[in-house]
Design a protein around this ligand. Structure first.
Ligand SMILES: Cc1cc2nc3c(=O)[nH]c(=O)nc-3n(C[C@H](O)[C@H](O)[C@H](O)COP(=O)(O)O)c2cc1C
Length: 205
């Protein structure tokens, strides 16, 4: 039985393009994994705090020397990492904000990128510890980037892929819906993107 962890981060509560696409992803994924389990983590419905000084102290404290305060300060990180570890496949879905990820997603990334838990420092540098898992991203953007001179300014997709792979998750697909503020035929464009999602899920079974 496979487990999908679905992470959403759009602040838009009604009519979110990225959530519509991740809903589609989830439905399509469930069709190919009828016995599968889906864990939903909406970073807006349940806020993830920024890491604080005591979180950092707890992250770097040797396991056997962790104080009660260290344990309290890292309890949420433990929970989020446990969810990632439980999942076989991870979907990160959200909108581009100011050329990058919404701050809610950055706060999440800071909570789950953690020495000894998701990364290890070895002689050759960093190693991701979540090997064997597959990642996907869905990104919605108001403008157009791919194949344009603005592509250089897309700090969302390359960043999320890099961070998932940094902790060991192999990114198998990055789907994007671009031009949500400009496209006059968004319904058709969305239908094409949904077909891409179906294809991606079908190809990675
Ligand atoms: C605060 C904010 C910042 C945004 N910044 C960008 C941007 O830098 N580039 C872009 O193409 N679209 C930008 N957008 C547009 C969103 O990425 C776009 O509307 C997206 O489709 C929203 O997806 P959602 O409906 O899932 O929230 C921004 C939107 C908001 C609300």
């Amino acid at each position: 039985m496979k487990t999908l962890l679905r992470v959403d981060c759009s602040s838009t509560r009604t009519g979110s393009h990225s959530k519509e696409l991740s809903d589609h992803f989830e439905v399509s994924w469930r069709k190919t994994h009828p016995q599968g389990k889906v864990i939903r983590r909406d970073l807006i419905e349940e806020r993830i705090p920024h890491i604080e000084s005591n979180t950092i102290t707890g992250f770097y404290a040797p396991e056997e020397e962790m104080t009660e305060e260290d344990k309290r300060a890292t309890a949420l990180s433990d929970q989020l990492i446990a969810e990632l570890k439980e999942a076989d496949e991870i979907l990160v879905s959200g909108p581009m904000y100011n050329l990058s990820v919404p701050s809610a997603l950055k706060a999440y990334i800071d909570q789950v990128t953690r020495v000894r838990h998701t990364i290890r420092v070895g002689e050759q540098g960093y190693y991701g510890l979540l090997a064997g898992k597959v990642g996907y991203t869905i990104t919605t953007k108001g403008g157009y980037y791919k194949g344009t001179e603005s592509e250089l300014y897309d700090f969302y997709e390359p960043y999320v892929k890099t961070m998932l792979e940094f902790i060991g998750i192999k990114v198998k697909g990055q789907i994007s819906l671009e031009g949500t503020s400009l496209d006059t035929n968004l319904t058709d464009t969305k239908a094409k993107v949904k077909a891409e999602i179906d294809q991606l899920i079908h190809n990675t079974i």
